[in-house]
Design a protein around this ligand. Sequence first.
Ligand code: SF4
Ligand code: SF4
Length: 96
Amino acid sequence: MDGSEFGNIPREMIQWFPRIDTEKCTQCGICAEFCHQEVFISNDETEVANPYSCVVGCTGCMSQCPEGAISFPTLAELREMLRRLRDEFPEEDGHR
Ligand code: SF4
Ligand code: SF4
């Protein structure tokens, strides 16, 4: 998926980004090295610093984490969220 298919929906309204389970995370930094969107910062601690830079629908970093510490909403939850947001932020070009 890329940004263009989300029409007028502001990226900040789409709650799609990784969450780190701090109980499981060992601060290895693999996720931060893997993601090219600079979603993570990894200094003393690895954190989700730029959640809305995450590519909507991508879960690439999740399978890279050796501790299983990264999670996302399900794709069903994403679809439902986008359905609601499309109603809230309709296209302006007559496709209503
Ligand atoms: S899902 Fe993709 S874009 Fe989002 S943080 Fe992980 S690797 Fe980066
Ligand atoms: S890859 Fe997993 S364990 Fe390593 S820093 Fe990222 S979240 Fe933590």
